[in-house]
Design a protein around this ligand. Structure first.
Ligand code: PLP
Length: 382
């Protein structure tokens, strides 16, 4: 029954069969007119999901490549960069900027919390930063950073704002143009509900201008937006081979997302996230972050004492067919992560809570039977 397993990790997420089927279509020439039309429609769909009239570039690779492409186009050695990090992926952004030769200052925010506006403002005022970068939802914590406020603080100081929206785009509102996000990137395998293998990076005109005015070429040859611009305008031209069948999948998924409508999709994610939090609390579990800063795409819960991470997750997968994720960094073995994004529905959330309850029982932690699903259902029926 492997096809009925539920993937409730924070990416990759459950892929709709129609998206999987689209990938089985014959591989077209990457410069054919037929493929060019599919790519153009995909670009238009992505622009709507990113809520931007800027340039959107899908590339073969994962979210980490997206970070490299985003930063390498606008950072030159010696540039000052401020990175806000409240988790594992914020730290990664700082490392990538450092590898590009930037002079990086990192504002470290305790895991589970968001940065204080005053602190960010003060830091931005203390030096001439060319770029400020942050993660919208750090997948190690499930905290949603105030991306809109951070963008406006960076904009006010003339710093380019880069947002890692790997764990939010397509599941939470990310208004690239309205909020002033100069460069934004995501991966295919999370709320876009496509298998892993693509990253998508958007650039606005300000970021493109910074790329044009560079004194040195970007560290990434493949990810140089200048090399892709002619292809984005006319996809029958060649720079590097598109991941043709992955683009079919992205095309199909963009169509599904837009057919649902962004607004309805965001509301679905919000509802399921609050039900998941209520359900986990109903089981007596402590969550990593407060509701006011919690993302709609994943939730992190601490284990009650005596529950063993590896055994708990093995029971979840082997006995219930539901996979949740372990933690990273300082939270490893102390907490687990439930992803609820992309195609997630109410059944998935309730089945997951039920599997969590059963797996906790097996470990000797015995909340009142049904307490998790009861609390979640109360929220879902509101
Ligand atoms: N940024 C965030 C917020 C992520 O959650 C991830 C992966 O989980 C990444 C970046 C890196 O993406 P990838 O694993 O696709 O390279």
């Amino acid at each position: 029954m492997s096809e009925r397993n539920l993937l409730m990790i924070p990416g990759p997420t459950n892929v709709d069969p129609s998206v999987l089927r689209s990938m089985a279509r014959p591989t077209l020439s990457h410069t054919s007119g037929a493929f060019a039309n599919i790519l153009k429609e995909t670009l238009s769909g992505l622009a709507q999901i990113f809520q931007t009239s800027g340039t959107v570039l899908p590339l073969a690779g994962t979210g980490t490549l997206g970070a490299e492409v985003a930063l390498s186009n606008i950072i030159e050695p010696g540039d000052k960069v401020l990175v806000i990090s409240g988790g594992y992926f914020g730290d990664r952004l700082a490392e990538i900027a450092g590898n590009l030769g930037a002079r990086v200052d990192k504002l470290e925010v305790p895991w589970g919390t968001v940065p204080l506006k005053d602190k960010v403002e003060k830091l931005l005022g203390a030096a001439q930063y060319k770029v400020m970068a942050a993660v919208h939802v750090d997948t190690s914590t499930g905290v949603a950073n105030p991306a809109k406020d951070l963008a406006s603080l960076a904009n006010a100081r003339g710093a380019l704002f880069v947002l890692d929206s790997v764990c939010s785009m397509g599941g939470m509102d990310v208004q690239v143009d309205n909020w002033g996000i100069d460069v934004c990137f995501t991966g295919s395998q999370k709320a876009l509900a496509v298998p892993p293998g693509l990253t998508i990076v958007s650039f606005n005109s300000r970021a493109l201008e910074v790329r044009q005015k560079r004194r040195t070429p970007p560290a990434s040859y493949y990810g140089d937006i200048n090399r892709w611009m002619p292809i984005l305008q006319d996809p029958t031209k060649y720079f590097a081979t598109h991941a043709v069948n992955m683009v079919y999948a992205l095309h199909e998924s963009c169509n599904m997302i837009l057919a649902e409508s962004l607004q309805k999709r965001f509301i679905r994610h919000q509802k399921i996230a609050s039900a998941m939090r209520a359900g986990l609390r109903g089981l007596g579990l402590k969550l990593l972050c407060e509701d006011q800063v919690a993302s709609d795409t994943l939730t992190v819960a601490y284990y009650p004492s005596g529950v063993h991470d590896g055994e708990f997750r093995k029971t979840m997968t082997d006995d219930y067919g539901v996979t949740v994720a372990g933690e990273l960094g300082p939270l490893k073995d102390k907490a687990f992560r439930v992803g609820h994004m992309g195609n997630v529905n109410r059944n998935d959330a309730l089945a997951t809570l039920s599997a969590i309850e059963g797996s906790l029982w097996k470990q000797g932690y015995k909340p009142e039977g049904g307490a998790g699903t009861l609390a979640a259902n109360r929220v879902l029926s509101e």
